[in-house]
Each structure stands twice: as structure tokens, then as C-alpha cells.
Design a protein around this ligand. Structure first.
Ligand SMILES: [Fe+2]
Ligand SMILES: [Fe+2]
Length: 325
């Protein structure tokens, strides 16, 4: 019968789908060579590459302060932190490559403006205290988001996250420590620290994404065990972590409605102003243009390094084949 091959393929896919579903059900890992549904692959490519782009673009607001850090010690710490973010980008790009997209394609998507990255990195960093607020709040939010991703169902992603999370906790502590020291300083230093916390608090809460009832893709990602907790659950957990730390430092979280709710065993908070988030997402944030311009320039300026590396690899391969003495 003419339809036999199609039917056979269908049976094969159904079996493969079943095997995939069972792996997910048993909380086991999907590995690059395993069969996976197209939509799962596409979702992961999008999520992991966006995550990688965020690490790479995220180097800019802080890289900007390396030469101006107030002491040699702070300079060394900040440099190490920014370098870690480059490493995170590389782990993530490598994880995305196992799904069949090339590094070149991802880079093109980023510099052409087609790919998204976390809009938090489109805000500017006018003072040294912003380094503290970014570490404490932005890396802090990243940790809340990323710790559950260590158990993501896709093996290479989960394993990359384990390494990343270890470094993120150092990032958060260094931010906390910058703010702590400023808060123990002069009146002007305390004001600078508080102003930076005011600037970064709401954008950091927005990093968890839209509220659950407006986040249509979340349910599928949770069913696939890529995502383990909803946006609102993670946001709530983050605020719960910040409150006692803010008390230790003596900074005020800029939300007059922030209050412990005994019944819910969670903090009540003001609604988030999402119009700002959508503006930044639409490319109208304070530094969108600048971030992409600098990334594009760095990519072009680095062309000779990529060419030299490719040429070196080619020669090594030739040598291994015995073509060149
Ligand atoms: Fe990172
Ligand atoms: Fe970080």
C-alpha cells in the first residue's frame, strides 16, 4: 500500500515520543543524541541562546566600571566577575550547539538585533554603587531563576547551570559586600547605595518574566521539566530572600506596600509597572542601542582572532593526517 511508509514513520515517531515522555516522567535527562520533539528542541535553542546572549551583553554595564573601580581589590574582583560572565556565555552557547545551531548563527542573531537578551542589561550604571546593586539584585535574581534550571530535563543545559550557579553565588556576595561597605560609610555613600537599590529593584523583579496568568509558554516548559517553578513563585522566593539581607545592610526596598502576609506565608507587594518593561523590551530602554553597537564592534574587531584560530585548527588537522611534516 502507498500509505505504508508514512504509517511506519508515524509508528516510529510515536514510539520515540513515548520513550521521550517516559524519560521526562522518570525525571531522567534528555541527551543530545536522544530523539526529542521539534518544539522541545526549538524552545531550548531559543531559551539557551537567549540566556547565553544575556551573559555576553551583561558584561557591558559592569565592564564599564573596571577602570574606575575605587581600589585595586575592587578592580580585581570586578574583573573576575565580568570574566565569569564571558565563561557563562560560552558554556551556554556550547549547550545550544548540541541542539544543532551553530555559534556563528547565534552570534548573527544577536548582532543583527533579531535575538533577545535579558532587558535588565539595557539599563545604565551611573555610579559605583550600581556595581553593588547589580551583583546583589541582578545576580541574585539570576540565582533564583537558575538554581532550579540545574535540574532542567536537557542534560547539557542542566550541567552548564550547575557550574554557572556556583559562580553566581560569588557574584551576589560581592554585590552585597559593596553595598554593605557603602552603607557603613559617609552620608553621601549611603545615599548613593540607596539610590542604586531604588534603580535596580523593580527591573530585577521583572527579570522573572510576566505574571503567571500572562505567561502562555510557561505551562509547556514546566510539563517538559525545563522550568520547575512559575515566574510568580520565583519572584516571591526572591523577595523573601532580599528582605532580611536589606535589613542587615540598612537599605530600604523601594516598595511601600511590601509587607509580610502571615496567612499566605509570603510577602505582599505592589503591582509591577509592566509598561516600562515593555518599553525596554521593545528596544527603547536607556542603553539598547549602545549595547548592540558595542557587541557588533567587538565582533568585527575580533574577526582576525577567529580567522587565526580556524587557520591554526586547519593546520593541526592537516598535520594529524600527515600531510605536512
Ligand atoms: Fe552569569
Ligand atoms: Fe553573574
Amino acid at each position: 500500500m502507498m500509505t505504508a511508509p508514512a504509517e511506519l514513520t508515524l509508528v516510529g515517531d510515536e514510539e520515540a515520543q513515548q520513550a521521550f515522555d517516559e524519560l521526562i516522567e522518570r525525571d531522567q535527562r534528555i541527551e543530545p543524541r536522544d530523539w526529542m520533539p521539534d518544539a522541545y528542541r526549538k524552545t531550548l535553542i531559543r531559551q539557551i541562546s537567549q540566556h547565553g546572549h544575556s551573559e555576553i551583553i551583561g558584561m557591558q554595564p559592569e565592564g564599564n566600571w573596571i577602570t574606575r573601580a575605587p581600589s585595586l581589590k575592587r578592580k580585581a574582583i570586578l574583573m573576575a566577575k565580568v570574566q565569569d560572565e564571558a565563561g557563562h556565555g560560552l558554556y551556554l552557547y556550547s549547550a545550544a550547539q548540541t541542539l544543532g545551531i551553530s555559534r556563528e548563527e547565534m552570534m548573527q542573531q544577536l548582532i543583527s538585533g533579531k535575538a533577545k537578551y535579558s532587558s535588565i542589561f539595557n539599563y545604565t550604571t551611573p555610579t559605583w554603587a550600581d556595581m553593588g546593586a547589580i551583583g546583589w539584585l541582578v545576580d541574585g535574581a539570576a540565582i533564583c531563576n537558575q538554581v532550579p534550571l540545574c535540574r532542567a530535563s536537557y542534560g547539557p543545559y542542566g550541567r552548564a547551570m550547575v557550574r554557572i550557579c556556583k559562580e553566581e553565588s560569588f557574584h551576589q556576595r560581592q554585590g552585597f559586600e559593596i553595598l554593605l561597605e557603602l552603607m557603613a560609610g559617609t552620608e553621601a555613600q549611603r545615599e548613593m547605595a540607596q539610590a542604586a537599590v531604588n534603580r535596580w529593584y523593580w527591573p530585577a523583579l521583572m527579570m522573572f518574566g510576566p505574571p503567571d496568568d500572562e505567561s502562555p509558554n510557561s505551562a509547556q516548559s514546566m510539563a517538559w521539566k525545563i522550568k520547575r517553578f512559575s515566574n510568580d513563585e520565583l519572584r516571591q522566593r526572591f523577595v523573601g530572600m532580599l528582605v532580611p539581607q536589606a535589613e542587615v545592610m540598612g537599605v530600604t526596598l523601594p516598595d511601600p506596600n511590601l509587607k509580610w502576609n502571615e496567612e499566605r506565608q509570603a510577602y505582599d507587594m505592589s503591582p509591577i509597572d509592566w509598561t516600562e518593561f515593555h518599553e525596554v523590551l521593545a528596544g527603547r530602554g536607556p542603553a539598547n542601542h549602545e549595547r548592540l553597537r558595542r557587541r557588533r564592534e567587538a565582533h568585527e574587531a575580533g574577526a582576525w582572532v577567529r580567522e587565526a584560530a580556524a587557520e591554526y585548527a586547519r593546520k593541526q588537522a592537516e598535520r594529524a593526517e600527515g600531510k605536512v611534516a
